[in-house]
Design a binder for this molecule. Structure first.
Ligand code: PDD
Length: 288
C-alpha cells in the first residue's frame, strides 16, 4: 500500500506529493520539523511536540500556519489513513517557494508536509547487550534548541559513528556533553541520574522530559546539570533517549566498557516504567 501523506491542505498518495525545486527547504534548509510517535493509533505527548514546534517556528520567525486543533485533526487523519498501530509521524514546515535569496521573501505561503511510517522496533539485541558509541566534537551551530531541518552536521556525525560500527555519536563541546547526534544523553553515577540542562546547545527532547518525570515519580535522584567528559568516562551507566529509539543503554564508549559492560539496573528500572507508560498510551489511557 502506498502511504498517504499530507501536503499543503491535501491528503494524497506519497508518489503524487510534489514540491517545487525552489522550495526554501530544499535550497536553504529554511524550515523546522517534528517526529511524533503514536502507539495503538494514540499520539505520545502530542501537545508537548506541538508546543516545541511552535517554539522552533518562533525561533526562525515563521508564523505557525495551523492552530492546535488543525494540527491535531490533520495528524489524527494521517494516523488513521496509514497502516500500522505504532507509527512515527514526521512533519515539516518550510518558509515556502520563492526565487533563491537568503533574506525572507514577502507574501509567500509556507510549505506544510506530514507523513507517517510504521515505527521500526528497536532491535532486541540492542536492549539485551546495549549499544556502542563514540565521542565526537560537537561541530553544529549555536541554536541547537531549534528543531531545524538543517541536519547536515548531525548527519555527518551519526555517519561517522555508523561507519566505525557504532550506533550513535555522543557530542562534546568545551569538554562538556551536549547530546547525541539525534538523541539526548543521561548518565548514572552512583545513585544519581544526570542529564545536561536545557540550553541552546541541545534539543529539549520530549523523551528526555518523560524520563525525568518517571525518575522523579520513582524517587530516583536526578539532576539537570553539566556533564564533563570526565563524568561521562566514569559513569556507571549511560543512556540515550529519543522518540524513535526510546531509552537505549550504552555499554561501550570509544571501545571501552561502560560500568559493567551490560545494561545497568537503573536503566532496567526506568525502561520498565517507560514501557508501562507507552502501554497506557496504546490503550488510550492518556489524553494528550
Ligand atoms: N530526533 N536531540 C536531537 C539532536 C535529536 O535529533 C533528537 C530526536 C533528540 C530527542 O528528542 P525527542 O525525544 O523529542 O525525540 C535530541 C528525531 C527523533 C529525529 O530527528 O528523527
Amino acid at each position: 500500500m502506498i502511504p498517504i501523506v499530507y501536503l499543503n491542505g491535501a491528503f494524497l498518495p506519497l508518489t503524487e506529493a510534489k514540491i517545487s525545486v525552489l522550495d526554501r527547504g530544499f535550497l536553504l534548509a529554511d524550515g523546522v520539523y517534528e517526529v511524533i510517535p503514536a502507539y495503538g493509533k494514540h499520539f505520545f505527548r502530542l501537545r508537548a511536540h506541538l508546543d516545541r514546534l511552535e517554539y522552533s517556528l518562533q525561533g526562525i520567525h515563521l508564523e505557525n500556519p495551523m492552530s492546535l486543533n488543525q494540527w491535531q485533526s490533520i495528524l489524527q487523519q494521517l494516523l488513521l489513513q496509514n497502516e500500522g498501530l505504532d507509527q512515527a509521524v514526521y512533519l515539516q514546515i518550510t518558509r515556502g517557494v520563492a526565487p533563491r535569496d537568503h533574506a525572507f521573501p514577502k507574501g509567500i505561503q509556507p510549505t506544510v508536509f506530514a507523513m507517517s511510517n510504521p515505527i521500526k522496533p528497536v532491535p532486541e539485541y540492542w536492549l539485551q547487550r546495549g549499544i556502542s558509541t563514540i565521542t565526537l566534537e560537537d561541530i553544529r551551530w549555536q541554536w541547537c534548541h531549534i528543531k531545524s531541518i538543517a541536519l547536515l552536521a548531525n548527519v555527518l556525525l551519526r555517519q561517522e559513528a555508523v561507519a566505525t560500527g557504532m550506533q550513535e555519536a555522543i557530542l562534546l563541546k568545551d569538554d562538556q556533553v551536549t547530546e547525541g547526534a539525534a538523541s539526548n544523553v543521561f548518565i548514572v553515577t552512583g545513585d544519581q541520574l544526570r542529564t545536561p540542562p536545557v540550553s541552546s546547545e541541545l534539543l529539549s527532547g520530549i523523551t528526555r522530559d518523560l524520563v525525568l518525570e518517571l525518575a522523579r515519580e520513582a524517587n530516583i535522584s536526578c539532576k539537570e546539570t553539566k556533564i564533563s567528559t570526565h563524568d561521562l568516562y566514569h559513569a556507571d551507566e549511560i543512556w540515550l533517549t529519543s522518540s524513535t529509539r526510546e531509552i537505549l543503554p550504552v555499554t561501550t564508549l570509544n571501545g571501552a566498557l561502560v560500568g559493567t559492560g551490560k545494561p545497568g539496573a537503573k536503566w532496567q528500572q526506568l525502561n520498565h516504567y517507560y514501557q508501562a507508560y507507552k502501554e497506557k498510551i496504546r490503550l488510550g489511557m492518556y489524553q494528550n
